[in-house]
Write a protein that binds this ligand. Sequence first.
Ligand code: ADP
Ligand code: ASP
Ligand code: MG
Length: 899
Amino acid sequence: MSTAAAATTLRVMKFGGTSVAGAERLRAAARLAAAAAAEERVLVVASAMAGVTDLLLAGIATAEAGPAPQGGEAGPPPMSGPARQGGETASPPESPGAGAAERYRTLHREVLDGLRVDLGAEQVAVSLRLEALATELARLLEGTAILRSCPAAGRARICALGERASCALLAGLLRAGGLDCLELDPSAVLPCEGDALEASPLPALIRERLAGLRQGGAALALMPGFFGGRWRADAPEPGRDVGGVPGSPPWRAGPAAGDHEVMLLGRGGGDLSAALAAAALDARLLEIWTDVDGIYTADPRLVPTAACLPELSFDEAMELAHFGAKVLHPRTIAPVRAHGIPVRVRNSLDPSRPGTLVHAGAAPSARPARGLSLMRGLALLDVAGPGMRGVPGMAARVFAALAAHEINVVLITQGSSECAISVCVGAVSAAAAAAALERAFAAERAAGLMDAVALRRGLAILSLVGDGMRRQVGVAGSLFGALGDLGCNVVAIAQGSSERSISAVIAEEEAVRAMAAVHGRFFDGSERLELYLMGVGLVGKQLLVQLARQQERWRRRGVDLRLCGVAASRRMLLEPAGIEPERALEQLAARGEPLSPEDLRESVRRRRPGCPVLVDCTGSGELAEAYGDFAVAGFHLVGANKRLNSGPLEGYRALRGVLVRHRRRFHYETNVGAGLPVITTLRDLLAGGDRVLRVEGILSGSLSFILGQLEDEVPFSLAVARARQAGFTEPDPRDDLAGIDVARKALILHRELGGCLELGQAALEGLLPASFDAGEGGAGGDGSAGRARSAVRGSIEAFMERLRELDAPFAARAAELRASGRVLRFVATVDESSCRVAPVAVGAEHPLFAVRDGECAVSFTSEAYSPRPLVVRGYGAGAEVTAAAVLADVLRLVQGVYP
Ligand code: ADP
Ligand code: ASP
Ligand code: MG
């Protein structure tokens, strides 16, 4: 196969662990490299096969732990740090760690077998190389087992064997495919200094070492990722012409590979190797081939709705990677950005995908944020105390103390009072960090100027990243709002000074849920509301009908209205995955269980969904009393039920307190005028700074109908019978005629205005004379008067019969009013200090004069709206309009749908 030796451009292709894991993946990688090499010069950088680095680390841990009586090989420990307890399960052949060496040998031999046909004549050479690497590993682990310790240099050398082996296989495949392949030894060509496990590369020297290749040497080169070599001033110069001659210098593995000490670039460091080489080679492009389509708005493993980004800026990629987006090693971007080399992240499992381009010219994102990342396994240290205020250099001392112990600080925040500095570090260094800070501030501690360093573990950082956030107001508010709505406590916050990222430190156990919720708000353009419908009477049933009709429309607008529960008097059906509204009643009957409200709360507490909503379409006082418990359990409340708002003031106020503390919302627009926007209008007036002097309203559709009939000279008893027939009244029309329901509505308006009367203190005069039907009407609330009345009530039919006695007095009154140009209206009159409900005679000038035949109206007289009031008028009853308004209340919970 021909290569593009003459081409001047060069591409670096980095294949991650999953892109070289196994025969099939290696074959695909070799094919991709060959295709690229036909177009331009190529440097392939490869990781160890997925899982091999973990295997090597586990082998070290086992060897360090020495022989153990039982137990499996230790899991992958951090690259540094103390050895774990562990041992071999099967009888250890020679020494602890030999099992790992054997697995390493077998693993690669199996892949080699799988590639036998592809490798052809190359197979022998590859086999020998793999055998030599396996032998070296066995030897190094044996040494470790003898010493019961593995120095950093040894650890690095062992870890590098993963990359060396995958490259041996890949080199063989490329050669077998007819490509000349120059193999580079990173310990020679990537000089580094510092920590052997988290090395600091030396870009100028790397550039020097790779000059030969940069200047056009080989058309195709291959280099293991993840490690470089320690630079020593006295070491023999490997020559400026590395890579100058295709096929040489020969592969140098293990200790025989010169005098170079292997230095690791940190976990996931293969990306950095590739970026360093790309910069040193003035590459045209760096390709990162991995197991996902590109860089997503969030880790697709954590957030299933995450979307692959077509492009992003260097800064954005850097910030996302810094805060844990594993798809790129956090140090990858700096070297390529300095040279303006674009990076394309691509999927080796599906090379047809365009991937994500990271480059300087990325168009600004349409959304305020580009991505969301999560970093787990963190701890927070608080350095605080009265003596820290205004003392210069405190933060510097904190940093210096941690730097002296090589502890990496992930995030820092300082209270504006300057009394406290909080730093986030990896959990593994938490104890060392606390000790270092205690020592650094020992004098202040002794003098009582500083408190003991507080250490909190089990934390994670959730970071929202995007260049666009600089121009956008309110992003932080939305982020913390989303977390708050979830009931997720934010331990600390930090905003990068570039304003390119906002980070929230939260409990690790909350992290995945929080990611989903924040992602939903910022990226999915979709929010899920979980609806739990209580009560399937007229309004509840109608709500199901409308939900069925509206669900799809709202889904298209990014709101998932999911019915997750439905309950009738004693049965409840809970279905977190969702219930089809059309079939809810049928399913409730078939599968409903005798669940209690507490069972419902428990189910939501356990699952903790983002936005559960209790939709109360009952008239139950008991359910209303439990609203507070529902709010504590995480529910928002939407109620057609007036019981709480017109109940005892103490309960009314207590619920408001709970709602504020738990950041839950309670919407009850339907409490007063059914579908009419009464409460919203009142609140808008108040919010706008207007002073509402008086609210008057016809708040009962049935009384509006009956009084309208009187005007048309219909006898009173017939008017009531017609209203009843048309379904305008409660089952017992006395409930309407007594006016208690209107009194409740009036009281709710009074309380909206800041009033603090109880229902019993509202002045209520029913439509019927006080003497009529034993205890009917008269002043009083639903308390004693109501109970006395019902105790002596006769049957409805008997009552209807007796109503005829009132026909003459009502007709006479109507005639008298007609003569003076007035009509009778059942009016609620409310202000801050009073609440009255009574039949009132009004003239044509009155805003409620023309409101009849079942219509309702509320007139607001305010400083701005006087003498002519603002009037809201329309049908104030009926299941259809009420259900529509309940649904609107539910949707008001979604940000951005309604103000
Ligand atoms: P490789 O072995 O190719 O280097 P890694 O496992 O190191 O692969 O990185 C790829 C993984 O990074 C993905 O499988 C994905 O789960 C994770 N990841 C985390 N954040 C993101 C993100 N924002 N976009 C894409 N992948 C991400
Ligand atoms: N093999 C190394 C690791 O697993 C480096 C890499 O994959 O980039 O961390
Ligand atoms: Mg990686």
